[in-house]
Write a new protein. Structure first.
Length: 577
């Protein structure tokens, strides 16, 4: 039984998640645009698809699963034929010796449940999935990336192919590279040249995976095709080039009309640099699904999420997010912008690149060729009467100076810095030549973060920590002290969690990533320390005495809850212990 709109209203309004007025407006607009109310609520950021799915599943008395980040093997998908899956809104996503698990938009569909039971002879576990999750997942009815790409490469090796046929196959090869990058939740696709070939690799959950090797005679055609799509110079092979392209990702309709086809646009940022063996390509997939997360989805603890919410209520000041490249800083800023993006405020951004378009926000792309730098863009934005400004990164004194002065003159400014922890943010601004009194009077909070891989929920198991982990704990005093503080002096029965490896996580034990954070809120003691040009260590000591949870401690909490592992935490936050 699917949930009716009236029942959905009672559920959301009764849970105080949205007001009656917001829901009524959403109903009217969704009917006007002819889209389901659930889809409208998620698309407008009124509620996340994850939270909506959990609420509906609880109301229906069903278990809930989110398939968007699960890797589902083709043989398991094929338990239910594609035509049947599309017409009934059902996906097979896991299987063992005793049962098969189905994600269903209608868990009360007993006909398909019985069909699967008869076909497999296994008991059926039913899980509720949202319509949006289904639409995203059903497009995976394809062969693996490796198989699909090798099939095209085999075509290209044909000696009798005409020039037009070769060009068509190269176009298909590049499209498939991008399509499978999206289907596998890759953040980047790397095209790395070797002496006699090139290797295509996907970065998934922060780790690079080899996919397929491409012969040398095909490499140049692939590079040329990518350059054309990204509007780069095809005759330039000795200089670095940056560009951007938009890829139409096929998405099929989940209704009764299985022939209806739709597509969603994926922005891809392209970087090409010359190397000793040829040109190296890195394509970054800038998907809106990865950039519009709630604070809870990002991994903030309830206490830290509340600190962020309180900070953004302040109409003036600065919110800074710090960490190394690839630590999710921009994703966090987009999560904050998602909360702040209201019709009554004017938001403007200066970014490099603009990672995805946000309706209702003025976004400026940095372009050094036209002297549109962060500083110049920020200078122009201030004249546009903004309430909120986001600067992609503070890199130099000029940008820092304008950002700080903007915060002083009645704007809320969001930006990022490259520092190791939250306390180092403040001395870093001093190093950029910003006066201590300006830093003390403008900074609201500084957020430091890293990304850790999440333990696969499908194969997660608890265990008594191993001898290797015991040695690791004894070797690292801070790690041991953190564990002792939470579980007591006797660590002999300490239970940790890991993914034992399954088809869902491709035997890695991990699926997806989540942030570990520390948040430094500006207090009178910290302001005094800044005015006295205190060191980052002194500032950190004060912040911890006032209740700041260090990043490493936040990570330990996630380890003990089974969200990640000790080795994964140490991999990304080794400098913090």
């Amino acid at each position: 039984m699917k949930i009716a709109a009236a029942q959905l209203e009672i559920l959301l309004v009764g849970s105080n998640l949205i007001s009656h007025k917001v829901f009524t407006d959403a109903i009217n607009k969704s009917e006007k645009e002819n889209i389901p109310i659930e889809e409208y609520l998620v698309n407008e950021g009124i509620i996340s698809d994850l939270n909506l799915g959990q609420l509906i599943a609880n109301t229906l008395g069903q278990s809930y699963i989110n398939l968007s980040r699960l890797k589902i093997p083709e043989e398991i998908l094929q338990i239910i034929p594609e035509v049947v899956a599309r017409s009934r809104g059902v996906i097979a996503f896991a299987k063992d010796d005793k049962s098969v698990s189905l994600g269903m938009t209608d868990p009360d569909d007993l006909e398909i449940t019985n069909t699967v039971f008869k076909r497999t002879g296994l008991s059926v576990n039913r899980f509720f999935i949202t319509t949006l999750d289904f639409q995203s997942t059903v497009s995976r009815y394809n062969s693996s990336a490796k198989d699909a790409l090798e099939k095209i490469l085999a075509e290209l090796k044909g000696v009798s192919l005409s020039k037009i046929q070769k060009e068509a196959s190269v176009i298909k090869l590049v499209d498939t590279m991008m399509q499978y990058g999206q289907l596998n939740n890759a953040s980047d696709a790397h095209f790395d040249p070797l002496e006699e070939s090139a290797v295509l690799r996907y970065r998934i959950d922060g780790i690079l995976h080899d996919i397929v090797e491409i012969p040398k005679n095909i490499v140049e055609m692939v590079v040329a095709r990518v350059k054309i799509l990204a509007k780069m110079r095809t005759d330039e092979q000795r200089a670095a080039q940056d560009g951007k392209l938009t890829f139409a990702m096929p998405v099929s309709d989940s209704g009764s009309n299985a022939e209806k086809k739709e597509s969603k646009k994926i922005d891809v940022r392209v970087s090409i640099v010359p190397t000793t063996h040829g040109e190296n390509i890195v394509m970054r997939f800038l998907s809106i699904q990865n950039r519009a997360l709630s604070l809870d989805d990002l991994g903030f603890s309830p206490a830290d999420a509340e600190k962020v919410r309180q900070a953004i209520k302040n109409p003036v000041g600065m919110i800074l997010v710090t960490g190394p490249t690839g630590s999710g800083k921009t994703t966090t800023l987009y999560g904050v912008l998602k909360i702040l993006n209201k019709r009554e405020v004017n938001i403007a951004t200066v970014e490099d690149p603009v990672e995805y378009a946000i309706e209702g926000i003025t976004q400026i792309q940095v372009n050094p060729k036209t002297d549109l730098t962060f500083a110049n863009g920020l200078r122009s934005i201030v004249r546009q009467d903004p309430n909120i400004i986001m600067v992609g990164e503070i890199r130099d004194h000029e940008t820092a100076d304008i950002a700080v002065n903007s915060a002083m003159t009645g704007h809320l400014v969001l930006s990022t810095l490259h520092t190791n922890n939250a306390a180092t943010t403040l001395p870093r601004l001093l190093d950029m030549g910003i006066e201590p009194f300006l830093i003390a009077s403008t900074i609201n909070i500084a957020v430091a973060q890293r990304l850790v891989r999440k333990v696969c929920e499908n194969c997660r198991e608890s265990y008594i920590y191993s001898d290797d982990e015991k040695l690791l704990i004894e070797t690292l005093p801070r790690l041991k002290n953190s564990l002792v503080k939470r579980v007591g002096e006797d660590l002999s029965t300490l239970r940790l969690y890991k993914g034992k490896g399954c088809k869902v996580c491709e035997n890695t034990g991990y699926v997806g990533r989540i942030g570990v954070f520390e948040i430094l809120s500006m207090s009178s003691k910290i302001k005094a320390a800044i005015l006295n040009r205190a060191s980052s260590q002194e500032i950190e000591t004060i912040a911890e005495s006032e209740g700041m949870t260090p990043m490493f401690e936040d990570g330990i909490e996630k380890v003990l809850k089974g969200i990640t592992t000790i080795t994964e935490l140490l991999r990304v936050a080794s400098s913090e212990y």
